[in-house]
Design a protein around this ligand. Structure first.
Ligand code: SF4
Length: 438
């Protein structure tokens, strides 16, 4: 009897990707085959994203495509919390489950395509680190679910609930398995990495018999022991974030902080109900850079938030000039169904949002270009992601996969994805660096 086959469509953010990996690991362990072909699959699982309305529309389209191509579809992920919306559009879906409901998804798969009971889980070859959807040499490490904040533009807490930290022993165990399986870079993710452990009062857990506090700093120190790159995402500028800067300066974790500032104007930040905002952020950035001059700061911003005046927007541009961030993404505000910010007065007209977005991007591009140009002539470590006909493409400590720039590397020797090489930088542009392996 052959193994039942499952098709899998994974949409959304890195956090959703981690959910997909866990579901796939479980199914594979039970003897299911994973197929990239709709026609070949006994059932198709669609892991959806419900973060903003355009993502919901994309999720509904993906469900529609799977129904048209295969007909037997299970929906999971963030959009699963809106079961009635999904069933209105696609009444034939077999089951709808929400984010992190791994057991329910797996149960729905069992019903739609019963497992082959002759399968022997201890004999079948499942890599201990699970089935990865990312390249083998980097992996996302999810340390908590949910969020205790209530930012007015965000509906994640209503979808995912309050913060629940994973036990530190589990996180360390997963990191160890990933490193043993060849992962060279761990990307620590959550909704709020700096809040790790708040829900359990930072209690100590155990890993390999050693006590470690459930806290971002102690986690960072422990992860440093694996000797691979550790990159922190979604950190808010709480005072204790200062503690990880020396770890970065000592080369224990990557000198990289992804802090979603979203705005700089105190009034707009208040309307956004952003956590950990204080008007001394610029002074702290300056101090961090004094301690760790190689620190890369990445952030995202929203322009055209309801009520944003031209003066407040200009304040943001001035702040950007001072902050000199390295990597920046920017969104034009768009209402998300269910978000409190929709009730705010003085919506910014679309053409003004577009005009501010254009100005913001031009302003930041000049800053990024200048900061990258300062790297020309230096030697840096580069992790190779892929090889194409022109050479190798990799990333430095300053570049997270998918969202930041690349380093294009020429080399006289043959390079492979996952190689770590020393590169002399000889050119730069707005986003990327160019160099020669040495
Ligand atoms: S910190 Fe704010 S934006 Fe981030 S998940 Fe929590 S509520 Fe949403």
């Amino acid at each position: 009897m052959s193994s039942p086959k499952v098709g899998f469509v994974s949409l959304g953010c890195p956090k959703a990707l981690v959910d997909s990996e866990r579901i796939l690991t479980q199914l594979r362990t039970e003897g299911y085959a994973i197929t990239p072909d709709y026609n070949d699959a006994d059932v198709v699982v669609v892991n959806t994203c419900g973060f903003i309305d355009s993502a919901k529309a994309e999720s509904l389209d993906a469900i529609g495509e799977a129904i048209a191509e295969n007909g037997r579809v299970i929906v999971t992920g963030c959009m699963g919390v809106e079961e009635s919306v999904i069933r209105d559009v696609h009444p034939s879906v077999l089951a709808v489950t929400g984010p992190q409901q791994y057991e329910q998804v797996v149960r729905a798969v069992h019903e739609a395509a019963p497992p082959n009971l002759q399968h022997a889980p201890y004999i079948d070859l499942v890599p201990p680190q699970g089935i990865k959807l990312t390249p083998r040499h980097y992996a996302y490490l999810k340390i908590s679910e949910g969020c205790n904040h209530r930012c007015s533009f965000c509906i994640i807490p209503s979808m995912r609930g309050d913060l629940v930290s994973r036990p530190i022993g589990d996180v360390m165990g997963e990191a160890e398995r990933l490193v043993n399986a060849g992962v060279k870079e761990l990307l620590v993710i959550s909704q709020d990495t700096s809040a790790y452990g708040v829900d359990v009062k930072f209690r100590s857990g155990f890993w390999n018999g050693r006590p470690i506090k459930t806290h971002m700093t102690q986690l960072s120190e422990a992860l440093a022991g694996f000797g691979v790159w550790t990159r922190l995402h979604y950190v808010y500028p709480y005072p204790h974030v200062d503690e990880v800067i020396p770890l970065m300066a000592e080369g224990k974790i990557l000198p990289y902080l992804d802090i979603p500032f979203q705005h700089a104007s105190p009034r707009i930040l208040k309307l956004m109900k952003r956590p950990a905002f204080e008007d001394k952020t610029l002074a702290r950035i300056k101090r961090w850079r004094e301690i760790c001059p190689d620190l890369t700061l990445r952030s995202t911003f929203i322009v055209g938030f309801p009520g944003e005046t031209e003066d407040e927007f200009q304040y943001l541009l001035d702040w950007m000039s001072e902050a000199q961030l390295d990597r920046v993404g920017c969104f034009q505000y768009s209402p998300v169904t269910g978000a409190k910010a929709n009730e705010l007065p003085d919506a910014v007209p679309d053409e003004v949002k577009q005009e501010r977005w254009d100005r913001f991007m031009a302003h930041q591009q000049a800053i990024s270009t200048e900061r990258l140009a300062q790297k020309v002539g230096r030697e840096i470590d580069v992790l190779i992601d892929e090889i194409d006909e022109d050479g190798a493409i990799g990333r430095s400590s300053a570049d997270a996969p998918e969202i930041d720039g690349n380093v294009f590397v020429s080399s006289e020797r043959t390079l492979q994805p996952g190689d770590m090489v020393r590169v002399r930088i000889n050119d730069s542009d707005e986003y990327d660096l160019y160099g020669q392996a040495i």
